[in-house]
Write a protein that binds this ligand. Sequence first.
Ligand code: CO
Length: 460
Amino acid sequence: MAKKVQFVETVLRDANQSLIATRLPFEKFEPMLETIDKAGFYAAECWGGATFDVCLRYLNEDPWERLRKIRAKMPNTKLQMLLRGQNVLGYAHYPDDFVKLFVQKAVENGIDVIRIFDALNDVNNLKVAMEATVKAGAIASGTISYTTSPVHTHAKYVQMVKELKEMGASTICIKDMAGIMGPQEAYDLVSAIKDAVDMPIDLHTHSTTGLAFMTYLKAVEAGCDIIDTAISPFSGGTSQPATETLAYALRQLGYQVDLDDEATTAMSDYFKGVRDEFVKDGTLMPKAMATDTQCLTYQVPGGMLSNLMSQLKQMNALDKFEEALAETPKVRADMGYPPLVTPTSQMVGVQAVRNVLDGQRYKTVSKEIKAYCRGEYGETPAPINPEIQKMILGNEQPLTTRYADSLAPIVEPTRQKLGDLAKSDEDVLSYIAFPNLAEKFFEERKAKEENCVTYTITEA
Ligand code: CO
């Protein structure tokens, strides 16, 4: 019997985030939700990541309401979200009560699959979110943030997978956020995980370097069960490879692909128009659609290269680019080889620039790097260079316990503080995640409601 390969469609989240900075408003994709629901995807990734922040900051949408509206129009497809472990959707670690309630409410509002990752692959940062997901009755997808370094061996990844299984993961996701995983690496890693555990594996990559199609094919050959793709008009470049192309190629190779071609064609026709609007207004830049192999040469994710460049430009020091680029892997090694993903990519990049511009390494250190050296981000893949850690911390001792254990509960005090301004637990959660944005949103909502009331009275 032909092996079945399933697809996660990313147009609503990762493709949207990678190509157009998550600026897709609900009404722009609403007409396609029923069609996406009919297409036969394993799941539609539609929430979490940057969507929450952008809904409040730029789109004047309540992210919770968006989720409920998607759910109502897509009763048959699993809805998936991306969650940064103990960081939830933000950049700092939150207390456990917030993580638990957030997960519970996400599931209550319609989420079926939560993909949970940590920038350092520290499973202690995944545990609370994983357990809350299982408790809420959703699928916990335990995630490896993929990177390469002398300490990131297959044995270590397999060990992590076993720990994730222990914590209640029912699927494993290999998340190659930089698109640096090649076909042979995919084949070997998927094989190693499949040999160790009998669990569905989902591979997530980006087309940035052009490897993605080849990487997916070899991963599938090794037994990968689910791949992440984007409908063609929102595919390629910094996004995922195209859904229809992979369906075509995999069928030709004899795999079973249960996608409804009529539905994917309708999606493709519709999203072409949406894409063209974002090209016209300049949101979708040609750079995002291009293939960029620089990250293969430098082993630095594409987004980091452009950040380095813009930082140096601001400081009038673009001539130091090569030097800063060479310094980046050294800082990463000093920091114990963290995978370069938000927030570690920014922290390492900024430090590399400082080391070069100061002409002395670690002369100035950001408060984030200091917190990192204190252990607030969790256990690093390899120990931090002890001399540098001592130089940064002075007499301060690094943490020996999980940082979140030292944080006081936040939900109840915030509920009290907000009073009437918050209409639900969801509001309280939005406020804890993004206080300024949420407060502004609540006030505008209140003003709108009052206007409506006045209007009704006048009319009566
Ligand atoms: Co991604």
